[in-house]
Design a protein around this ligand. Sequence first.
Ligand code: COI
Length: 380
Amino acid sequence: HSTQADVQASRVQVELSQNRKPRPDPANLSFGKVFTDHMLTIPWKASSGWGAPQIHPYRPFSLEPSVGVFHYAQCLFEGLKAYRDETGKVTLFRPDMNMERMNTSAQRIALPAFNGDEVIELLKQLIRLDKDWIPNVPGYSLYIRPTMIGSQPVIGIAPPSEALLFVICSPVGPYYPEGFKPVALYGTTEYSRAAPGGIGAYKLGANYAAGLIAQKEAAKKGYVQNLWLHGPEHHVTEVGTMNAFAVFKRPDGTTEIATPPLDGMILPGITRDSVLNIARDHVAGKYKIAGLPDKLVVSERQMTMREVKEAAQSGSLVEFFGTGTAAVISPVNKIGYLGEDIQIPTGPDGMGPVSRPIWQQLVGIQTGIIQHPWSVVVVE
Ligand code: COI
């Protein structure tokens, strides 16, 4: 509707925090428990569109018990990171991708669309205010959590007539307490994460709620995460909340890096896309990565757990890993599958021979060591 306002960064109202919290010691950070001094809130009403954005102290919301998010899971979220280098330069990694996906998620559950460029502008303002919260320690960053909820105080089930877009920020270190240590996965066949036409390809809170029981049961059996195996053929889909990658040695001497295709059941991960792009640019000779095999084949294709198991047992599986914003690349050393533990090869420090150089390139871009258009400057 042309009569309804889109998000306008220029309308922002800023209320500064009067009592700045102490900065946490990076050594004691665990993921997502500490939040910075400020947050961003943008209200939306079906009748008028997006209201004035507000940057204000981090604080609780006051919401009626009847609001849509509490009853019908009208909730989506994003995750992206800001990095600070030793000169004080602060960068964001591919924020346009998060804004695009956030709009796609919103569309799926009838929440409102918005102008992503305007929200990126507001994110930059928020990060500039709280930039000294970003630990300048390798492996550490500021995790930014944009969220949108249905906030209409009505328990009739309908597309939301009111919504709130908000953003909070949390200084973080390595996602797993194990650091880069490889993790053991439990192959989940009793639950599915996604179904054709469902919501698995969207970053909705409901997906993560429905995934927790599989994670809990995997942990009870002694594994760190679960591996989602879909359908009667046990297709490899995702690793807990991460995209899944396998690397195979092929009889023709090539090395294949493979991940399931975006068939409507896979979350279009930004780390997933970045790993694929880095590998493809290497293959095309556009951006050679030292250490990556020359004869590399990059595939988005289905793979069954049986294929992975047979490759592991015949020696043609090179490595298996998960990718996500939070953990970046998470190597796997074992998969529990139908009562058997399948050993997966890992490199000397966890990451294997293909993921390691890709990870190095990715982290180099993210931290601003490598110049790349994916890195967006927030503070020069
Ligand atoms: C990821 O970054 O891998 C995520 O999916 C976010 C996680 C904290 C739920």
